[in-house]
Design a binder for this molecule. Structure first.
Ligand code: GRF
Length: 187
């Protein structure tokens, strides 16, 4: 069974959804959570589910060694990003070639790249008058949101939708599909 580390910078609602999904399955194991934010709520969610979580600074993630040492200690085979805000540094990419995946709350290649996260994405989609949005699950490479696309799912946008309402529709897609795609990639 593959051992996958989950990286998150914030609330971790996707993380909790993923842990719950795999709790009742024996296809992928999530033995470790890493964050660049010691105050991120994802630590509480991990603790509730008995999963060890650690924080590293932006520099430690960029330099790679302390993070790689811990990933090796936990015999990690792959990495899932779920709301992780830092670019993945070359040492991590080299250690996990084609084994790091991410979920982006829009239909890449549009509405991606540096600064395009969370509410910024949904506001940009709304302001552009898009009639649909969705999620993109993709491999990670050296640039933000540019790796090979694995899966996309769409949802309609009504002219009356606020960015919050768009976010809610996108989160539903994330919770619905991310665990299944993780299972396809790492299971
Ligand atoms: C999600 O919208 C995800 O698509 C993006 O970051 C957000 C994470 O939300 N990468 P949460 O921390 O899982 O609630």
């Amino acid at each position: 069974m593959k051992r996958v580390a989950l990286l998150a910078s914030g609330s971790g609602s996707n993380a909790e959804n993923i842990f719950s999904y795999f709790n009742s399955r024996k296809s992928v194991d999530f033995p470790l959570v890493l964050s660049n934010n010691e105050h991120a709520y994802v630590h509480e969610r991990a603790q509730k589910m008995g999963i060890p979580s650690f924080s590293f600074s932006k520099n430690e993630f960029a330099e790679g060694t302390p993070v790689l040492d811990l990933l090796q200690k936990y015999a990690i085979d792959g990495i899932v990003l779920a709301g992780f805000m830092l670019k993945i540094s070359q040492p991590l990419l080299d250690a996990f070639p084609n084994k790091i995946i991410n979920i982006h709350p829009a239909l890449l290649p549009k509405y991606g790249g540096k600064g395009m996260y969370g509410h910024h994405v949904h506001e940009a989609v709304k302001n552009a008058g898009e009639t649909e949005t969705g999620i993109t699950i993709h491999y990670i490479n050296e640039n933000y949101d540019e790796g090979n696309i694995i899966f996309q799912a769409k949802c309609p946008i009504l002219p009356t939708d606020t960015p919050d309402e768009i976010a809610a529709k996108v989160h539903e897609l994330e919770y619905r599909y991310y665990p299944e795609i993780i299972e396809q990639v790492f299971g």
